[in-house]
Design a protein around this ligand. Structure first.
Ligand SMILES: [Zn+2]
Ligand SMILES: [Zn+2]
Length: 373
């Protein structure tokens, strides 16, 4: 007879960091926009494209117009720069993905994001005129950043909806453990209903992300057409959510800002930190940010016409609930949330990682709670 089964059920306490880790991992691994897409080319920080014939695929004209810059395109100069209305070139990344149905059975991850040589050749022959993709060479860390940056572009509301879909699987008074890496902000236990959604309007974004898909040539970019990025996050406090009780910010699509959006001392794959620290972070991310007070709501309403996204998010939420329920036997990587971590750290049994790099990246957070879970 199992003793555990005879014991009374303890009240469920969710851990916000772990839940965010799992939600983010499952979302980016199967996001429909990117499902099976492989990176075939990239241009950054004002680099010229190797082949300017690719430029029309970004609808450069529209992008320049939206940024408020007069179009004086010299067709003999094969270049594409990230420009803004302040005439100052911006940091940015343009990523071209190619949809490859053959790879769609595997989970997407930074390790399989870049197209193989055979996939590049196949992709080049499928788009006319045949393109010369430049060779993509990235370190593991860059790969992780660009993987999350592209998938987080224009996805902050999606992330908020995902967290809501997850919490909807639990009673409203379910306990939530909130812990950040900030030493001055001790952990606390609250309830999942003690949350509030905040929307910011970011102007003068310092990192632009343009993601294009071949062969359809669809494209999405941050900032949007009006040069602003609307950015939505969830906050938590230790009593019912009111303006004066906002304490901790969870931003699961912060990597759309590139490395500036990394949590845990520049190493994490999302942001979970005190509100003050988050405000300071936004100052680095954009020239100006306005908190849209009218959009401070307990729950972000689901928009119409997104039944498919809704279904996807519910699926992800259910998957994460089942992973959470099996946490005692099916651990995950403490840095990226991937299942079946191969590295068991020596410090304590809770510390497991995909590899040594992920162990090092998670250390600033883990050391705060080492041996205490
Ligand atoms: Zn990992
Ligand atoms: Zn440890």
């Amino acid at each position: 007879m199992s003793q555990a089964r005879a014991m009374p059920m303890l009240k469920e306490t969710l851990d916000l960091y772990d839940i965010a880790l799992l939600l983010n991992h499952e979302r980016v691994a199967s996001e429909p926009r990117f499902r099976g897409a492989r990176l075939v080319d990239i241009s950054r920080d004002g680099q010229s494209f190797v082949d300017d014939r690719l430029a029309p695929h970004w609808d450069r004209t529209a992008y320049f117009k939206s940024a408020g810059v007069p179009i004086e395109k010299d067709p003999s100069v094969p270049s594409f720069e990230f420009v803004s209305s302040s005439d100052e070139p911006r940091r940015g990344a343009s990523l071209i993905f190619h949809n490859d149905e053959a790879t769609s059975s595997t989970t997407d991850s930074p390790t399989n994001m870049i197209a193989t040589d055979a996939q590049r050749v196949a992709a080049a022959s499928l788009v006319g005129p045949p393109y010369q993709f430049s060779k993509v060479r990235l370190s593991d860390k860059e790969c992780e950043t660009l993987f999350l940056q592209s998938r987080s572009s224009a996805a902050s509301e999606t992330s908020v909806h995902l967290l809501q879909a997850f919490f909807n699987l639990y009673p409203a008074d379910t306990l939530l453990r909130v812990r950040t890496y900030d030493r001055n902000d001790p952990e606390y236990i609250t309830s999942i209903s003690h949350r509030l959604v905040l929307a910011y309007s970011l102007r003068g974004l310092r990192m632009h992300t343009i993601v294009s898909f071949l062969p359809e040539t669809t494209c999405h970019s941050t900032p949007g057409a009006d040069g602003r990025a609307r950015h939505t996050v969830i906050t938590f406090g230790d009593a019912s959510a009111r303006w004066d009780n906002l304490r901790t910010v969870l931003d699961m699509s912060s990597l759309q800002f590139g490395d500036a959006g990394r949590g845990v001392k520049g190493k994490g794959t999302f942001v979970l930190e005190p509100l003050k620290a988050y405000d300071a972070r936004l100052d680095h991310v954009a020239e100006a940010n306005d908190l849209l007070i009218e959009d401070m709501v307990p729950e972000l309403p689901t928009t119409e016409n997104n039944a498919e996204e809704e279904r996807f998010l519910k699926e992800v939420a259910a998957k994460v609930k089942s992973r959470w329920d099996q946490r005692a036997t099916e651990p995950w990587c403490g840095h990226c949330g991937a299942p079946a971590p191969k590295v068991q750290a020596k410090c304590c049994s809770a510390a497991r990682y995909c590899n040594r790099d992920h162990q090092v990246s998670a250390w600033p957070y883990h050391k705060m709670f080492c041996g205490k879970s």
